[in-house]
Structure formats: C-alpha cells, structure tokens
Design a protein around this ligand. Sequence first.
Ligand code: ACM
Length: 262
Amino acid sequence: MMVRIAVVQTNPIFGEVKKNIQNALDLMETAKADLYVLPELFNTGYNFVEQSEAKALAEPADGLTFKTLNEWAKKHVCHIVYGFVEHADYIYNSSALVDHSGLIGVYRKVHLFYSENLYFAPGNLGFPVFDLPIGKVGMMVCFDWLYPESARSLALKGAQLIAHPSNLVLPYCPDGMVTRALENKIFTATADRVGEENRGSIDLKFIGTSEIVAPNGKILCRLGTSESAIGVVDIDLSFADKKQINEYNHLLNGRRTDQYSL
Ligand code: ACM
C-alpha cells in the first residue's frame, strides 16, 4: 500500500503559539498527505531562558494544540506528529501522534540536549510503536538520533517509520539519519525547523534540511536550509519489514547480543 508522508519545515516565532500552529497548517494545506511530521516544539519555539517560560508555554497532551490539530485531521483524514512542551507530572519535551479520532500516543524525549536539561524532565515512556492503518510508526525527538539505541529500539518493536520532530542546530544529523535508516532498514522522516532564536545568553540558528530517508539509505527528499517548506514522498512502508540482507544475513536476527556489553 502506498502512503504519502510529509515533512513540514516551519519557522516558529518564540511564544507565538497560535500563529505558529496556523503557519504550519497553512503549509500543510498546500500538500495532501496521510501523515504529516512537524518539528520539535513547533508551536512554542525552542530557546527558553528559564524553566518558568517552558512551564508557561506547556500544555497537557489534550490541550489547545492537540485540539486544533485534531480538528484539522478530522477535516483532512490524516495523521499528524508534532513536538510540544507537555505539562504532565513534570514538564517534558514531547511529541504527539494524532488523527481524526483523537490522541493516539505521546513520546517524551529521552535524550535531552544541552540546556534542555534545565527545563525538561527526561522522557519516561520508552519508545512506543503505534500500529496505524498506514503502517507501524514510532517517534523520537531530535538529539535522540545520536543514540543509535533509540532507532534500534523502535526497529526491534517493529516500527516501519520513525517520525522525528527536530530543532537541529548542529550539522551532523541529516547525514547521520542515513545511517540510522540503513542500519535498521527503516524509513525515517526528520522534520526540522529553520530560522533563528536569539534570546538570553545563547543565539541559535536552525539548519532546516528536513528529510525522508528509505531503508536502503536513499534520501527520498531533502529540504533547504533557510525556507519554510513541505516535502512529500509516496512510499510503501512494508519495505521496512524486509530485514533479510542476503541468504546468510538477517539484520535483526544477526545481532550478537551475547557478545555485546550494553
Ligand atoms: C536538539 O535536540 N534539539 C538539538
């Protein structure tokens, strides 16, 4: 079954939640897809200067952002993955998966990057995989990519696609995700943002370069470094089920867990 996956590359303005959501929806209106992946913290912006800011912009998983995207998903019959600040027992850097029927699941970023450690609690939900009509989808958020255990955990649980909301500031991830896709024979959809956030003591410039990568490591679409844009590809997610490399090598069964010290 062919499905259309979209990476939505936006330029959020810090704190302008309604405007940031609307800008993302305007972009999504330009290209029909079965699953849209939006950036990390796409509704709030990223560069917090104190914890109270993150708390003030946090929402429960069923908050305003969810309600708005759920309404849009009802109209367009699609799935949406997006990053947001989650207000739960603690404040988390989370991503949610929604469709027309409601909230399907939440992932809380496990590997917090740099000053995120001051504002968020580390994720505690593991790496869940959701069995959707379009295929099996798991999530990770930005810096999680640098820990191969994140993508491997999702692959071992049967994910066919990793939806990867991101706010990248270093140049390594887009090429790195080619390896994550190849070493797990899995599709990846990294949705990054563009623009700058010069606040507090640190200026950040985000690198864009959102991309969708196939299980053979082929980059199916890659966006630019400075413009808001949407990239779509039509793919058959069942290709990610083919873990046999040749007659002797099965990617996952060939792991030598007795020889690793993890
Ligand atoms: C990052 O994890 N946002 C770099």
